[in-house]
Design a protein around this ligand. Sequence first.
Ligand code: AMP
Ligand code: ZN
Length: 170
Amino acid sequence: CAEPTPLPLAECLHPRDSSRFFNGQQPRCCAIIMAMKNNCVFCAIAEGEIPSFKVYEDDLVLAYLDINPFTKGHALVIPKAHTSGLLDTSDETLASIISRVKKVASHLKASLPCDGFNILQNNGESAGQTVMHLHFHIVPRYGKSAEISFANHKADMEELKALAARLRMP
Ligand code: AMP
Ligand code: ZN
């Protein structure tokens, strides 16, 4: 924050998109947002600066529930190290990440349970990427469900919390 004493979020006029932050637990002041590594919300989640509904973590990746789920159990798998998308991530890293995506998807399929799932990975604004940190969506599917869209699926935070606790992997 440019202020000598960082201002509370409500008083801070620094540009930010507070909708990206976890409901009810926004960082205490704009300084935290400004200090976010790479100015990236997923880096902040990986660093533990912003809470998430974690379901899996290891040395390479973190997986947590999407706060605007398309379906119940919609999860994201991110590498802890920042890259913006597929093209600036090494083949070796991608290969390791996709094996984690498989591991988490397999766990979700068995534990939710769901009938199937979509893996989605958006690259660039025009492709609908809103967070410029590589991430794979795992979207559980139940029966024959609706067309994929990421708008207007507001979650109940208590439900998400309970679901993340239930799905948390060792
Ligand atoms: P994309 O459109 O592929 O960039 O997807 C970004 C996804 O991140 C969206 O589905 C958002 O709902 C989700 N998202 C954004 N901020 C958070 C957050 N703090 N915790 C969990 N999911 C988030
Ligand atoms: Zn990042």
